[in-house]
Design a binder for this molecule. Structure first.
Ligand code: 4AD
Ligand code: MG
Length: 438
């Protein structure tokens, strides 16, 4: 009997044996007495040849793109001038239809389709070779992140995403009815991670975060996968080192796991050089002023200290400099309530955004306020009701410690590392203001 195999297990080493394969017809070309099928089973692609009665006019119509078939045949070495992804092709002697395909691909998507039409058919687009490669690299990337943390002694945490407190400011909250009480979809799991450091030391989580972003840009989503970590007993310098190590180590791991797949999607993929450039916010303001990057292009208005550098200007600076930048020590008013102040200047925070050329911010992080009184002041300034945050405050009452952490947008990381133009290309089903389907 023929052995049932996945395409990934097929190689010239088993040429001349009979095998049984099941999968989807990725591509088909039929002539009068012969059909060539490129079969896809999720693990790879296999060239298959059907001849004679196997392509009889009464059945050949079943061999349509995206139909599911079961094939049995003998693996043969192809002629020297023929390229086969697995190094062998299957001479089929028996085949059976598992699931017919009614897909009229030209009818639903074609080269004239716009972005929205493509996204409406995302479930079909995903079957294409580029999109499926990106989805596999996404899986590999998540494994690489986890491996990095586990091998460096972190524990993984699974925080709730239905919450009644906010972390990053109130404007981008999705509010929902929670059994008659207001609740939110979380913007960040940071505050819960902070409660886990006295429990498990260095911790991380990979969870969904939500932002009701009104602006539609090529790097903003309403739902994203948020990789966050929190570490006790570190300094701000340690924090920067850890983020740098994470990004470079994970890039290296992805190369190790499947270099060919990675380079097929992004021939320019590289592990960035360490150490990353470190630049204070104050020097960033100086930089944009000296390099004619304006707050308002039309009136040539310069940025001033205290201005938020918006996406477009930030990217211009980042692309001019052309390497990763740790943008550090933002003024307190610009940043979240929980950030620790700089010992040398109380108006600044020990905070950082990691900027990558082509994408901009992929990580945001900081040291956290560890002092009880300072935290109470911070709630007050932000207009937060401390009673809702009692569990967070308690961390400062029962054995506080200097600590810091960060959040990395998995889709931002992938957009950068895979050299994608738009963040939606690295999502399964992207979510943004005008889209909640499929
Ligand atoms: O800079 P953010 O808002 O920081 C936090 O949420 C912190 N509480 C994280 C922490 O310290 N634990 O978000 C962190 C990262 C950003 O750098 C970005 O990569 C990603 O999350 N991100 C988004 N990605 C896609 N779409 C959006 N709308 C995003 N908002 C943030
Ligand atoms: Mg940020």
């Amino acid at each position: 009997a023929a052995k049932f195999l996945k395409i990934r297990d097929i190689s010239p080493a088993i040429a001349n044996t009979r095998v049984h394969i099941k999968g989807w017809i990725h591509h088909v070309r039929s002539q009068r007495k012969i059909a060539f099928i490129e079969l896809r089973d999720g693990t790879g692609f296999l060239q298959c040849v059907l001849q004679g009665d196997l392509v009889h006019p009464s059945i050949v119509d079943d061999l349509k793109r995206e139909a599911t078939v079961s094939l049995i045949g003998t693996l043969t070495l192809p002629p020297a001038d023929k390229h086969c992804p697995q190094g062998v092709e299957l001479q089929v002697d028996y085949w059976k239809l598992i699931g017919a395909s009614h897909l009229d691909l030209e009818g639903i998507i074609n080269i004239d389709s716009n972005v929205d039409q493509m996204l409406d058919q995302r479930h079909i687009v995903l079957r294409g070779s580029r999109a499926s490669s990106i989805m596999k690299l996404r899986s590999i990337t998540m494994k690489a992140f986890r491996d990095h943390y586990f091998e460096n002694g972190y524990y993984e945490v699974s925080p709730p995403t239905l919450v009644n407190t906010f972390c990053e400011g109130g404007s981008e909250l999705f509010t929902l009815d929670y059994f008659g009480q207001p609740a939110y979809l979380t913007q960040s799991s940071q505050l819960y991670l902070e409660t886990m450091i006295p429990v498990a030391g260095d911790v991380f989580c990979m969870a969904q975060s939500y932002r009701a972003e009104l602006s539609k840009t090529r790097r903003h989503l309403a739902e994203f996968t948020h990789l966050e970590a929190e570490c006790p007993f570190i300094t701000f310098e340690d924090l920067l080192d850890r983020i740098e190590y994470l990004v470079c180590d994970v890039a290296e791991r992805i190369f190790k796991i499947d270099k060919d797949l990675l380079l097929s999607v992004n021939p320019n993929a590289k592990v960035p050089k360490r150490p990353f450039k470190r630049m204070d916010y104050a020097d960033g303001i100086k930089y944009v002023r000296e390099h004619n990057i304006y707050k308002d292009e039309a009136t040539k208005t310069h940025f001033e200290f205290g201005d938020d550098i918006p996406e477009a200007a930030e990217r211009k600076m980042n692309d001019q400099i052309g390497e990763p930048i740790f943008f550090c020590r933002f003024p307190a008013e610009m940043k979240a309530f929980y950030m620790a102040r700089c010992p040398e200047d109380n108006t600044l925070t020990e905070s950082t955004d990691l900027l990558m050329p082509g994408v901009g911010e992929i990580v945001g992080g900081s040291m956290r306020i560890s002092d009880y009184t300072q935290l109470m002041d911070a709630y007050k300034k932000e207009g937060l009701d401390p009673s809702q945050y009692y569990w967070f405050t308690d961390q400062r009452k029962y054995g506080t410690t200097p600590h810091g952490g960060y959040g990395l947008g998995v889709e931002r990381f992938l957009t950068w590392f895979l050299g994608e133009e738009h963040i939606r290309n690295v999502c399964l089903y992207p979510r943004y203001r005008e889209r909640c389907q499929p």
